[in-house]
Design a protein around this ligand. Structure first.
Ligand SMILES: NC(=O)c1ccc[n+]([C@@H]2O[C@H](COP(=O)([O-])OP(=O)(O)OC[C@H]3O[C@@H](n4cnc5c(N)ncnc54)[C@H](OP(=O)(O)O)[C@@H]3O)[C@@H](O)[C@H]2O)c1
Length: 301
């Protein structure tokens, strides 16, 4: 197996690389700055998705591809930054499509990151992989265009799975450190009603899942979420319990969050209760099924 990864230098990618290198797999990655972001045991190659250019040597003998590249959504969504969020993903996939063509292989296994933000926000409905109930906001639009672009690779005969990732819980990066900070300061409070569902996955389980999906094609869409989603106020209450901090302040109203975060407030206010029918019925084993165990491991370091 020779695996090429885009966006390998980020939160999810570095962990997948570590897992693969540990398993003795040959790992290569495309980065905009491969010399300044070295991943131990993996070989970095230059690409510039905005100019649709890439180092052709990276593709020789590649059997599997993981696509993770894209500008972070955790930055204020100005009109120009919204364009970057979308274009960075579309251009990366277009460049990757060209690179796959360059490899001359007719059947590469491709996993392309996607997000559960595609699903309609609802306080009750549970989305599994069959759900076609999609939202209407910016995130849904981005994900739908991102997935449509990835589909072009599948149209050329490659085995594609779209991996719709939930909220990735990690000790150092992503949502958890940001959510835990006010709690650590004794200022923990539910965001919005607190009744919105948060479908999460521990970063360690997610990296193992990507490795599992390289070897096991479960289907064209896989929801990458732990089996037990939680309400947002319960997640923050668990964080407070583990950190032994108070959690009694009144909820922060939607309007205040929108004032501070702008349109990006959708990230914390939307409710997606997501289940992975495919994973639950597979032999993939989650190490962290309940949020308490995940948070305890991540916060008590
Ligand atoms: N973390 C989550 O909770 C979560 C949830 C759902 C979906 N996802 C999706 O999963 C993917 C990986 O997530 P992550 O948390 O690992 O992301 P991340 O830490 O932000 O890393 C993304 C990587 O994409 C590349 N990148 C950044 N800006 C780019 C741009 N303008 N053009 C092209 N490439 C760019 C970077 O690689 P180089 O600098 O080396 O080029 C970076 O390391 C993302 O696309 C994200 O949207 C993440």
């Amino acid at each position: 197996m020779v695996v090429l990864i885009t966006g390998a230098t980020g939160l999810i990618g570095t962990k997948i690389c570590t897992e693969l290198v540990k398993d003795g797999v040959e790992v290569r990655y495309f980065s905009r700055n491969p010399s300044s972001s070295v991943i131990p045991g993996a070989k970095g190659f230059q690409w510039n998705p905005n100019q649709f250019s890439f180092d052709k040597k990276a593709m020789d003998g590649v059997t599997h591809v993981i696509n993770l590249a894209g500008a972070t959504i955790a930055k204020r969504w100005s009109a120009s930054y919204k364009k970057q969020i979308l274009l960075s993903r579309l251009n990366s996939l277009k460049t990757l499509e060209m690179a796959i063509e360059e490899s001359k292989s007719s059947s590469i296994r491709v996993l392309s990151a996607s997000a559960i933000g595609v699903y309609k926000s609802d306080l009750n409905f549970t989305h599994d992989e069959h759900s076609t109930s999609y939202g209407e906001g910016f995130l849904t639009e981005v994900v739908q265009q991102w997935e449509a672009q990835a589909q072009r690779i599948s149209d050329k005969g490659h085995a594609l799975s779209l991996v719709r990732i939930g909220i990735v819980l990690d000790s150092d990066q992503g949502a958890l450190p940001k959510l835990a900070l006010p709690v650590r300061l004794g200022l923990g409070a539910p965001l919005g009603s607190g009744r919105q569902w948060q479908s999460w996955i521990h970063s360690e389980d997610l990296s193992c899942l990507f490795v599992y999906l390289l070897k096991n094609n479960l289907g064209p869409v896989v929801n990458a979420v732990a089996p037990h989603p939680v309400l947002q106020k319960e997640l923050l209450r668990e964080v407070a319990n583990i950190l032994k901090r108070p959690f009694f302040l009144p909820p922060i109203p939607d309007s205040v969050l929108k004032l501070f975060l702008g349109e990006m407030a959708a990230v914390v206010l939307e409710s997606q209760k997501v289940r992975s029918e495919l994973l639950v019925n597979s032999d993939f084993e989650f190490r962290f099924k309940q949020v308490r165990g995940a948070l305890t491991q991540l916060l008590k370091r």
